[in-house]
Design a protein around this ligand. Structure first.
Ligand code: ADP
Ligand code: MG
Length: 569
């Protein structure tokens, strides 16, 4: 038997990288700015630990579009590269200088926020450029170099006369990518991917009006100045400690994330964990619109403050994808398929952590200020009820804060409800009967009748209630649910003597026959006996289970958010 090594030559992988590495050509900018950020953060780290004897200052990254010259320039003031380093880091495809750096400074650099790790990001430049230049000067006292490559495996490298420390990348934009020479397009990309990156990014200048001086003369003319247009907030709220933030800061950050959202969020959850995985973020419970399908502002996923995607399917449990906010984790493997993601152990842990955090927060909101929680209930119930159905981990914790409101706006937890019903609402088998209405207006007379008898009637009106009830009954042996217009109400043990109908037998018979001609006998039951004197003269009921089965088969397919199927029950 012989073994050998497959020989991958740059000649044949280069065009592949160019075409297929990233499906999205626009990410070249994100990658190059990430490298510029890394270069800056590395310098910061080296000055911090005393290994680089230079002034760190207030470095920034600048992006410039030269439409006429068909070029984009990305300039940083980071560590730069020596000629040798260009050979090592740039000319070796798939060798990551970022990874090497983290390996070398293992302990001290683990929180440095370095982004890169595959060693492929730089080459994404060739997706939009026909020629790329690097002009770079290392923080070490060595001459600057100029590297030029036209996308073939050949490159030139020569001395340069750059005097300031740092790197300038020049992209000569290819004919098929001229869209990236439009300032608007670049603005859009910066806003999408780089809005919260940790080093200030300048894109052009903007005009600012100076504040009017107090002693301004009457004919004062507004004065303006040109200032750097910094497109990012390098210190977004989620990177800070919860203890350093006020309520107002969370609201402001929400507005920063969703400038077009005018409604305030109901509450927030600050995520912050560094073991066994790294994850920070802030999630907001928005006021949900009735039409869940139009919910567009999604949770954004970041890695070290670089935007990655707003498709968090598989990472965030489905019932929480209705929330808004940011999750930042360097530990989520992203260059893999979604189906792999769902099976990945680390990702499952992250998803479980988020579920737990959300449940804990809901519990503390409930215990700290029950009244306020009750007020919000209507706006959050659908997410929570769906969570109970779809996430066993959430269901376990939900008992502590999930509420069951009555038609009179009293709110019970399940335990409180059970206690309440034990005294008044049991059937002949000793089971607690939970009466509920799904529509106050439609079931008005039934509700009135039940209340007359002293029963509590819940108002359960979300579209997935029949599924929830089914689950609660399955898990609570002594509990049975019946809608107020179901036949079940008769099975309740009555306290007082029943009143007899005022109708004669003959009248009853005619009325019954007439009614049964109108409503199908197979589905409904017409009752004339045992009616309360002050209630309606007759009652039409339907077996609880028949209606429920029908409802479940209607709301079952497709999932309530149109994103998947309801769990099996
Ligand atoms: P990665 O970022 O995953 O390490 P890249 O292909 O994006 O891989 O970059 C390769 C390497 O080139 C980087 O790790 C870094 O060492 C070097 N490099 C790229 N851009 C710069 C820059 N602007 N300043 C300094 N070094 C850079
Ligand atoms: Mg990179």
């Amino acid at each position: 038997m012989a073994t050998g090594k497959i020989n991958v030559s740059v000649e044949n992988i280069f065009p592949l990288i160019k075409k297929f590495l990233y499906s999205d050509h626009e990410i070249f900018l994100r990658e190059l700015i990430s490298n510029a950020t890394d270069a800056t953060l590395k310098l910061k780290h080296l000055t911090n630990i005393g290994e680089a004897n230079v002034e760190y200052g207030n470095p920034m990254i600048e992006v410039k579009v030269d439409k006429e010259g068909k070029k984009i320039h990305i300039t940083d003031q980071g560590i730069g590269m020596t000629g040798e380093e260009v050979e090592k880091y740039i000319n070796q495809v798939a060798f990551s200088g970022a990874e090497e750096f983290l390996e070398k400074y293992k302990d001290s650099a683990k929180d440095s926020g370095i982004i890169g790790h595959f060693g492929l990001g730089f080459y994404s430049a060739f997706m939009v450029a026909e020629k790329v230049e690097i002009i770079t000067k290392s923080y070490k006292d060595e001459p600057a170099v100029h590297w030029i490559c036209d996308g073939s495996p050949e490159f030139t490298i020569e001395p340069a006369d750059k005097t300031e420390r740092g790197t300038e990348i020049i992209l000569h934009i290819a004919e098929d990518s001229t869209e990236f020479l439009e300032e608007n397009r670049i603005s859009e990309l910066l806003n999408k991917y780089n809005k919260f990156m940790p080093v200030p990014i300048k894109f052009g200048t903007r005009t600012e009006t100076l504040p009017k001086p107090e002693d301004a003369p009457e004919d004062y003319k507004e004065e303006t100045v040109e200032v750097d247009n910094i497109i990012n907030n390098p210190n977004p709220a989620w990177t800070k400690q919860p203890s350093d933030l006020e309520k107002e800061d969370y609201k402001n950050f929400y507005r920063e994330l969703y400038p077009m959202q005018f409604e305030e969020p109901l509450f927030h959850i600050h995520l912050n964990v560094d073991y066994p995985f790294n994850l920070t973020g802030i999630l907001y419970f928005p006021k949900l619109s009735a039409d869940l399908q139009v919910q567009k502002d999604k949770i954004q996923l970041y890695q070290n403050q670089v935007f990655v995607t707003d498709n968090v399917e598989g990472i965030v449990p489905e019932f929480l994808t209705m929330l808004r906010g940011v999750i930042d984790s360097p530990d989520i493997p992203l260059n893999v398929s979604r189906s792999y993601l769902q099976a990945d152990g680390a990702v499952k842990k992250i998803s479980n952590y988020i579920t737990r955090k959300v449940a804990d927060k809901l519990k503390s909101l409930f215990t700290e200020n029950r009244e306020d929680f009750e007020k919000k209930w209507n706006d959050i119930k659908i997410v929570l009820e769906y969570g109970m159905l779809s996430e066993p981990k959430f269901y376990e914790k939900a008992g502590a804060f999930v509420l069951y409101p009555t038609v009179d706006e009293k709110y019970f937890t399940l335990d409180e409800l059970k206690e309440k019903l034990a005294a008044t609402q049991t059937d002949k088998d000793g089971k607690l009967v939970v009466l509920y209405a799904s529509n106050k207006d439609e079931q008005h007379s039934y509700i009135a009748e039940a209340k007359d008898k002293g029963y509590e009637v819940l108002l359960l009106d979300s579209p997935i209630v029949s599924h929830l009830i089914q689950k609660l009954e399955a898990d609570n042996e002594n509990l049975t649910f019946a809608r107020v217009d179901a036949d079940h109400i008769d099975k309740l043990i009555q306290k007082e003597e029943e009143q007899l109908s005022k109708l004669s037998d003959e009248e009853k018979e005619t009325l019954k026959t007439t009614l049964e001609e109108i409503v199908p006998k197979t589905t409904y039951t017409v009752q004339l006996e045992a009616m309360d004197s002050n209630a309606a003269p007759f009652r039409i009921t339907q077996p609880e289970f028949m209606r429920r089965m029908k409802e479940m088969s209607q709301s079952g397919g497709g999932g309530m958010f149109g994103m998947g199927n309801m769990p099996e029950m």
